[in-house]
Design a protein around this ligand. Structure first.
Ligand code: 3PG
Length: 208
């Protein structure tokens, strides 16, 4: 099984995907992989998300595929059963923290504050999703967190684009960034694989 360090080593930018139907999975995975990205997050925001995960693992076995928008222990069990490589949550309730600890899968639990980050770090999570990154303070927030909590790594997500990603990834406590800008819902629905591949190329060229 992968560790969270393996996921972070493979990715500077993680596209956050909302998949509307199964038919888009193969061309979407191919466009992202051709663009040079190796890690993706499929969100549990559409009914076909878990089926999409299985399909993506079949058609693009080189991709590391996580499940995002995880909120419950049941979400974790269903994600594991479908073959998820890692878990991502927008925030972390006590129950979800316990379920993530029990799952022993790589995870980026969501936090927005120093207290939440400290709670998750004490529970054994060394890398956390900072969500929503831009509205919870963005770059300045991460600099302040680094001054006090320099041993905690973040994957800021929410409101980030290619230009902002460069600035985030220059911070010492940012391991990767996530975002939907690489493959937006509209691009996926329109089958705009050319733009997605181009965005993936730009994203893959940004290094932490
Ligand atoms: C997420 O779930 O991580 C966010 O919806 C992604 O945020 P973005 O759409 O602003 O990139």
């Amino acid at each position: 099984m992968l560790r969270i360090g393996d996921v972070l080593d493979a990715a500077s930018v993680i596209p956050v995907l909302e998949v509307p139907n199964i038919d888009v999975v193969e061309p979407l995975a191919n466009a992202l992989a051709r663009g040079g990205l190796r890690v993706v997050e499929l969100t549990l925001r559409t009914d076909c998300a878990l089926e999409a995960l299985s399909r993506m693992k079949d058609c693009a076995p080189e991709l590391i595929v996580g499940i995002g928008t995880v909120r419950t222990a049941l979400d974790i069990e269903r994600s594991r059963a479908a073959g998820a490589d890692f878990l991502v949550s927008p925030g972390t309730s006590k129950a979800l923290m316990a379920a993530m600890q029990g799952a022993k899968m790589p995870a980026l639990p969501g936090v927005a504050t120093a207290s939440e980050a400290m709670t998750l770090f004490e529970a054994g999570f060394t890398a956390l999703k900072l969500f929503p990154a831009e509205t919870s303070g963005g770059i300045a927030h991460l600099k302040a967190l680094n001054a006090a909590l320099s041993d905690i790594l973040f994957c800021p997500t929410g409101g980030i684009n290619a230009d902002k990603a460069v600035d985030y990834l220059a911070l010492p406590n940012v391991a990767c960034v996530g975002g939907s800008w690489i493959a937006t819902k509209a691009m996926i629905e329109d089958g705009d694989w050319v733009t997605i591949e181009e965005n993936a190329k730009i994203a893959a060229s940004i290094k932490s």
